[in-house]
Design a protein around this ligand. Sequence first.
Ligand SMILES: NC(=O)c1ccc[n+]([C@@H]2O[C@H](COP(=O)([O-])OP(=O)(O)OC[C@H]3O[C@@H](n4cnc5c(N)ncnc54)[C@H](OP(=O)(O)O)[C@@H]3O)[C@@H](O)[C@H]2O)c1
Length: 466
Amino acid sequence: MSGFLTLGKLPNFKVKRMKGDRVTFVLLGGTGDLARKKLLPSLFNLYKKGKLDEFDLIGTSREDLSDEEYIGEVSTALEEGREWEKFRENIRYLQLDFYNSEDYGKLRSHFLECGDHRLFYLATLPDHFDVITDNLNKRDLVNDSSKVLYEKPFGDDLQTARNLNQCVSELFPEEKIYRIDHYLDKELVGDLSILRFSNSIVEPLLTSNSVNHVQIIASEDFGVKDRGEFYDRYGAVKDFFQSHLLQLLSLVGMSRPKKLDARSIRDKKVEVLKEVKILDSMTGQYRGYRGEKGVKDDSKTETLVAVKAHLDNRRWNGVPFYLLSGKNLARKYSEIYVEFERPDAGYPAEVGNLVPNSLVVSIQPDQGIYFEINTKVPGKMSTEPAKMQFCHSCHHGPNTPSAYENLLAQAIAGDQRSFVRYDEIEEQWKVVSRLNPSEPVTYRRGKVPSELKKFITEGSWHGLEG
Ligand SMILES: NC(=O)c1ccc[n+]([C@@H]2O[C@H](COP(=O)([O-])OP(=O)(O)OC[C@H]3O[C@@H](n4cnc5c(N)ncnc54)[C@H](OP(=O)(O)O)[C@@H]3O)[C@@H](O)[C@H]2O)c1
């Protein structure tokens, strides 16, 4: 199968391994939220599906835990199945402070019993990434078969991202570095380039000749939960806009690469990111945010960001792209909505209002793709909108692999196509540095602030009630 077809997912993959190649996962931040909610369940799923037979898992944190206590913690994060008893035999715990170089030495003795294929997953705040990288290198833990996985955000801003990248790339070659944006491993994001480049009816439509505007939305119906301290440092711009929204924008906006391989696609994405011209932006903060645990009393951190941008190229000449991410809105969903120019069919008034055609890629929780068209109501000379729909979960069932399952499997297989290259990250931070939003407006939970309604001058936010 070509690189193109598997971008963002590995259909029916079996993790590629050499004989006797036992994988060792070192989960640096093995007690954190991400580990509990995503990484441990994903590893267990891979194991249950028979895609990971031989492995060791070493979880680390500063807590003083025995192996048994850690295994107990892991079990609470998983839906135990009959495979649990075998899975648990491979789990170890190591108390390790990122800033104590001696602690890394203890990993060496653990490695004596493990295979050489090591995956170091930095499941912790980016503040610690450089010191961890440095210590892994000093202690000579990253061997030829190792990979180092960096969670997002990669840096706090353009300068810190550059510093971090300099540190990382001085110590490790690019083929060992895996920068994560888990959105790229969502099934429907993986489908985007297939939808565009393998369907000759779709690609010609996606230009300024036919498109009125594009919306890219990642809306959540909950607040910061127990991640207030983390969130208050980053906010919607750094947590979502800088990574997920700009990655989606680059996948929608890029022109067709000459070759449909990972390198050419990334090159095209970088081109688009360089062309992003910010026209307007606004931010919001939900009422009650300052009372959340871990949030400062006088916090000005935004929990919502909306951006209007153009892509400075001929293909998208003058087409507005609206990007929105927000917490505590009415619905939890992520989608790409492409609205085509309004039809001017010249029908008599009784036909009623024709809707503009649209193409929608639903990323979550619904997964699918549909076109909205105008159709005739039987027996009447009037119209109603109808969906021409591909429902992904109806077709493939609900148990397609999660984004983190996909990305862990790809990292094990040494497949970097769904990981982010540094120049993409650099351009993403440059876009962020061009944003100049005013102070956040306050909005009520579950409500769309009037400023956000007015922000979009072409129609309204698709699917966002409240
Ligand atoms: N949580 C999510 O849903 C989510 C989603 C997408 C991406 N991410 C990204 O994933 C990363 C981790 O997020 P998270 O929410 O899991 O954070 P978290 O809950 O705060 O977990 C951080 C982990 O790092 C450990 N740690 C912190 N300081 C340490 C130190 N000095 N030495 C050793 N261990 C230390 C913590 O254990 P101790 O404090 O006990 O030592 C804990 O295990 C972040 O980059 C975040 O952006 C998270």
